[in-house]
Design a binder for this molecule. Structure first.
Ligand SMILES: C[S@@+](CC[C@H](N)C(=O)[O-])C[C@H]1O[C@@H](n2cnc3c(N)ncnc32)[C@H](O)[C@@H]1O
Length: 393
């Protein structure tokens, strides 16, 4: 791909971020039967590769002892009722607040580590743009046939940005986005609605009633992935597709420029350490959870697309550079919202330690000599055409 404009094919998904294929070599997402040429070739290999040298996390005082000019780090104050949907009760809008950032109110047993305020919403929307670029403008990779998708669900829809685009592209499809937080806009396509729902509770959609289920970036939110896939299987109609997008928690490099003890090198470890307390894993990609969960539930024709998503403006290739710049923008827009709950609430870091860590991270993200990337993985599979509602136990 000679320029940075989106194409009909996803950006090169399996090479290093410094290489991008021509339109021909970019190719279609790799199937399970034709695994990617470069690592990770299998979930277990991905696990080793993405796990990094060790899981040791530096103590939080490291960052304040090293010292840093934290002056450029904003403390964000978010509005707590932006974009609420009309059907919500007031209690859903009683968000919890930590250091000026808001988090979802109590819905079932759910626990989500990210903020739900305006700044977090902005980061989600930039992330959506970055991912759409990486996918060459595609909104999905499963082989959906427009006239056969009567009903689609987006689990953990966030701002609903994907669901809005999908509803526009599939005007005859009834699209439902669910989330813990009412942060979706009310001005949406007529075939789209939003529901407040905890995906970790038994789903209330009718069995065999949905043709496509989309899930994106639920890492750190789900205690029992197998149960989630079982619910999806139960809800899908025979022949319906599930598609699940996740990111590894780690920032890595192929050339050693992301040092293990740097702020970027510690990023993933901070989340993994936090998840030991919350019991909700961030290592969905390295652990191969998407494929194994779908297989266990009974899905077939499972396929995978892997992408090393550059973070920053370091790639020479213009298309990857654009993706990297948006990746960095998504991260920088709300670093605090990403780490505040995990570091401060779960792990007991002081506010100062968090802010100084963020200042270090920002500086590294701006350094083009550091070639960081994050592994993204999309897995999609089909409920057998001849099947009952019930998933494998
Ligand atoms: C990182 S955001 C991703 C949002 C959206 N899928 C996207 O890609 O733009 C994760 C979303 O999942 C939601 N979430 C987390 N746990 C959930 C649960 N148990 N049930 C429903 N939604 C959940 C959060 O509220 C948040 O909006």
């Amino acid at each position: 791909m000679a320029d940075s404009s989106p194409t009909n094919k996803p950006a090169t998904g399996t090479g290093t971020p410094s290489k991008v294929g021509s339109p021909k070599s970019a190719g279609s997402p790799k199937s399970a039967k034709s695994p990617p040429k470069s690592p990770p070739k299998s979930p277990s290999e991905a696990s080793e590769a993405a796990a990094g040298p060790s899981t040791d996390i530096l103590p939080p005082e490291t960052w304040t002892e090293i010292g840093s000019d934290a002056g450029d780090v904003d403390s964000a104050l978010g509005d707590d009722d932006e974009g609420s949907t009309a059907s919500l009760t007031a209690s859903l809008l009683e968000y919890r607040t930590y250091h000026g950032r808001t988090y979802h109110s109590n819905v079932g047993n759910a626990q989500y580590w990210g903020s739900n305020d305006e700044r977090a919403a902005e980061a989600m929307d930039i992330n959506h743009h970055m991912l759409t670029l990486a996918l060459g403008g595609k909104l999905f990779l499963a082989p959906l046939e427009k006239d056969k998708v009567k009903k689609a669900i987006d689990i953990g829809t966030g701002t609903g940005v994907w669901a809005i685009d999908f509803a526009d592209a599939f005007p005859q499809t009834q699209v439902i986005g669910t989330d813990l937080s009412p942060i979706q806009p009310s001005w949406v396509p007529p075939n789209l609605s939003f529901e407040i729902d905890d995906a970790t509770q038994p789903w209330t959609f009718r069995p065999n009633s949905v043709d496509y289920i989309h899930m994106r970036y639920l890492l750190g939110s789900i205690a029992d992935w197998d149960a989630l896939y079982r619910e999806a299987y139960h809800t899908l109609a025979p022949g319906g597709w599930i598609e699940h997008y996740e990111a590894a928690p780690y920032l890595e490099s192929d050339d050693g420029t992301v040092d293990e003890n740097s702020a970027m090198g510690q990023w993933g470890k901070i989340f993994v350490a936090g998840s030991k307390v919350t019991g909700r894993s961030f290592t969905v990609v390295p652990d191969g959870v998407q494929r194994s969960g779908m297989e266990k539930a009974g899905f077939e024709d499972i396929q995978t697309w892997d992408f090393k998503c550059p973070i920053g403006g370091w790639p020479k290739d213009p298309q990857l550079r654009e993706i990297g710049l948006y990746g960095r923008m998504a991260l920088e827009t709300d670093i605090e919202g990403y780490v505040l709950f995990i570091t401060n609430v779960i792990s007991g870091w002081s506010r100062e330690q968090v802010l100084v860590y963020i200042a270090h991270l920002r500086r590294e993200l701006r350094n083009n000599a550091i070639h960081g990337y994050c592994r993204l993985r999309v897995v999609w599979g089909r409920k057998p055409v001849k099947s009952t509602a019930t998933a494998n136990a």
